[in-house]
Design a protein around this ligand. Structure first.
Ligand SMILES: Nc1nc2c(ncn2[C@@H]2O[C@H](COP(=O)(O)OP(=O)(O)OP(=O)(O)O)[C@@H](O)[C@H]2O)c(=O)[nH]1
Ligand SMILES: [Mg+2]
Length: 196
């Protein structure tokens, strides 16, 4: 029996470095950034969920399930993840941010294989040098642990996952896969790089 895997795209931040624009809707090469992420991830999962705290009517064109954080205090990415774990029907939930338009096309396959091989509770991606804490494959049963962590006032994702059995999955073979677009200048730079 194969496992059902869904993905949640996190677009719930305040995007202060983007001047407070809604980052998932900021255009890169004529397409909203979230659409780039969807193009990469859709073929790899059963259903895509979108976590957004603004413009949910606009995000609804990209997914059937669009929702805000259950705690609306902008507590950071974990607030979106904990909400998503309560929404999905899947056996495993992939988490990705809306501002990584070049995610690997083999992300799920490699993360799921490592999770199983290492009998881990979650997998986190790495670019070979740095772990990418907003790119994870999670068992939804971890929701209670994440909820308790947030309730204790903790916010840092890597401190949370250090409490669990983690498989770190290197994508050093794809050095640009996790390029992260946080500022208008980075939108320009990546647009140029992708059209060269
Ligand atoms: N649901 C949810 N997601 C968040 C929150 N804060 C950040 N994120 C998401 O986490 C991912 C990585 O965060 P950042 O790149 O720092 O995004 P940001 O916080 O919107 O941007 P800055 O304000 O410029 O730091 C992005 O996909 C954000 O949408 C939050 O409070 N709730
Ligand atoms: Mg970012």
């Amino acid at each position: 029996m194969s496992l059902r895997i869904d993905a949640v795209i996190l677009a719930g931040g305040q995007a202060r470095r983007m001047g407070g624009q809604d980052k998932g809707l900021v255009e890169l090469l004529g397409k909203p950034m979230i659409e780039h992420a969807i193009t990469r991830i859709q073929p790899q999962v059963k259903e895509i969920l979108i976590n957004a705290n603004r413009n949910q009517n606009l995000y609804a064109q990209f997914a059937d399930c669009v929702f805000g954080d259950e705690d609306s205090g902008f507590l950071g990415p974990l607030a979106g993840m904990v909400t998503a774990m309560g929404k999905t029907q899947a056996d495993l939930l992939l988490v990705v941010p809306c501002d990584c338009p070049c995610l690997p096309t083999d992300l799920v396959a490699r993360m799921a294989a490592a999770l199983e091989a290492e009998a881990a509770d979650l997998a986190v991606a790495s670019d070979g040098e740095y772990e990418q804490p907003v790119v994870m494959l999670l068992k939804p049963s971890l929701r209670d642990s994440m909820k308790a962590f947030l309730a204790a006032g903790e916010r840092k994702i890597d401190f949370w996952y250090a409490k669990h059995k983690v498989a770190v999955v290197s994508f050093a073979d794809q050095p640009n896969a996790f390029v992260n677009v946080n500022t208008p200048e980075q939108v320009e730079q990546l647009s140029k790089a992708l059209t060269q």
